[in-house]
Ligand binder design. Sequence first.
Ligand code: AMP
Length: 144
Amino acid sequence: MNQYQNILVAIDFSDEGLHVARKAQALAQMFQASLHVIHVLDNIPMPGMPYGTIISLAETTADALLEAEKNKLIQICEQLDIAPDRRWMVWGETQQEITELATAQHIDLIIVGSHGRHGLGVLVGSTAKGILYHAHCDVLSIHL
Ligand code: AMP
């Protein structure tokens, strides 16, 4: 079996997010793969900005909500020791942005939680299912 080289973990800032991220980190270490982290901004309005826009984590804006989201991502990435060029915040539709970034960054494994902010209503959450359907690489769902 080929080893994974580029792993992308999708983080939604739910209570279980860090657990998913830590599992991804352990797998990345096991495969000696590069670990990327993505959070898709899907919950605050970004007027006039097209879907797919990558939000800079280095630049500060006047938008307090956006800055709070950025800080959450930066904090998780610091805890996991993720290099700044592998931290992604993208404005748009979650499944689409995750799978598009995965293709652009030559990701060979996407890791998601089985559930997140959308809760435990179904066996596997809607986001995980959507990613599985659209991704061009392997997808691992961490059972929560
Ligand atoms: P859900 O189906 O929305 O309950 O979430 C399932 C999993 O999808 C979460 O555990 C995350 O791994 C991922 N996910 C959900 N929303 C986002 C988001 N906005 N950005 C990145 N990953 C997400």
